[in-house]
Design a protein around this ligand. Structure first.
Ligand SMILES: [Zn+2]
Length: 383
């Protein structure tokens, strides 16, 4: 290790408390990790960025129950990228969704080899869905990486994150409308307008979730309720056909097929995802113990990815097993109802993000009252 170089700051997590001897083992792991993480950067002539405690960063960066491991609130883009190789309170958030992106890309590439996405219109809903389940974890990973460049960049990063989640819900609606709709609802008005309503839902979802960021400091409870509602509402809408199929369409031929168990696993993980997002457990019960590993946002990311995996498996099973019946009883998916809806959704979401970003940047006096730096004992952070 280079002279003067310090290993990255790591807090002792809960494992120390859970098992005797765990602390010594953990210290050994920390030494190895510090050497692995520190030597290459040291030999390349730069140091990993310094980390801060909660009272040293502006309120906008502070997370409930997370005491340490904060990055500099005015990090450069390079520092943000470097910090993903350093143990901070965001590192696992970044990697859980970055690795998930590659997993879904790999699944997508396998499907490209077995399905004809170009000419077979029956596969277009799946094409849109696969694109969006690659997009949302990638956007999230980027948002977590670059969210400490400035308070404004933090808000804009998460505007994009919310936009990608909103588009993912649109992708769910397109596939559910095409492959999951119960037999008894096929060709009804709901089936006909399902995607159009879902496009409208993305406006509500992205608009509400972006707006909730502007309320975060002054009205944290209201902000949390609004943001949760913004994501729960399109989820419930998308899953109405599935709920009806699983709970009420017992007599239908495809109500309980091989996809049902995967659909149920997806719903369980979706519930867990929502619970973790709203509860801030476990770090709320033991502030400071889960700063680096095990806090609710990391578990939230993992549950979201596992849930999406089961959802993808369920959709593939439904798409395959119901293809003959759907081909006979419904119109094949149209370009307008699949790729067209995606393009419209992307444009509308970019428009909403542009409006909120412009409002944030152009009216400094109306920025969230969160940018004052506490900077106790850390003069370099004062703005
Ligand atoms: Zn996240």
């Amino acid at each position: 290790m280079m002279e003067g170089a310090r290993p990255p700051q790591l807090e002792c997590p809960m494992w120390c408390v859970l098992c005797q001897g765990g602390q010594a083992w953990l210290q050994q792991v920390r030494r190895w990790a510090a050497e692995v993480l520190w030597l290459p950067t040291g030999s390349l002539g730069f140091r990993l960025p310094q980390l801060f405690d909660i009272h040293q960063v502006p309120r906008v960066y502070q997370e409930e129950g997370i005491i340490s491991g904060y990055r500099h609130p005015r990090s450069s883009a390079l520092d943000c990228v470097l910090s993903s190789f350093q143990m901070t309170n965001e590192t696992v958030n970044i990697w859980t969704h970055f690795l998930a992106t590659w997993y879904f890309l790999w699944r997508f590439s396998m499907l490209c080899g077995s399905l004809d996405f170009l000419s077979e219109s029956y596969t277009w809903p799946l094409l849109v869905y696969m694109l969006l389940i690659c997009l949302y974890p990638f956007t999230s990973s980027c948002a977590h990486t670059f969210s400490t460049m400035s308070p404004e960049s933090r808000h804009i990063c998460y505007f994009f994150d919310y936009g990608a989640i909103s588009l993912y819900s649109l992708g769910c609606a397109i596939t559910y409308g095409s492959y999951v709709m119960p037999d008894c609802w096929v060709n009804t008005w709901l089936h006909e307008y399902f995607v159009a309503l879902a496009v409208g839902n993305t406006l509500v979802c992205t608009g509400l979730s972006c707006y909730s960021r502007l309320l975060e400091m002054e009205f944290p409870r209201k902000s949390k309720i609004l943001r949760t509602a913004a994501f729960v509402y399109p989820f419930i809408f998308d899953n109405i056909p599935l709920f009806h199929r699983l709970l009420l369409c017992c007599g239908d031929s495809f109500s309980h097929n091989e996809a049902s168990s995967s659909h149920c696993y997806h719903l369980i993980f979706a519930f867990l995802t929502c619970f973790l997002f709203t509860s801030h457990l476990p770090e709320r019960l033991a502030p400071g113990h889960f700063d680096f590993i095990g806090h609710s946002h990391q578990l939230f990311h993992i549950c979201a990815v596992v849930g999406t995996h089961f959802q993808m498996e369920a959709l593939l099973a439904d798409m395959t097993s119901r293809s003959a019946w759907l081909m006979v009883n419904t119109a094949v998916p149209s370009l307008l109802g699949t790729i067209g809806a995606l393009v419209l959704g992307v444009l509308l979401n970019l428009g909403i993000i542009a409006v909120f970003s412009a409002a944030l940047l152009r009216v400094p006096g109306r920025r969230p009252a969160s940018h004052a730096v506490a900077a106790q004992g850390c003069p370099e952070l004062k703005e």
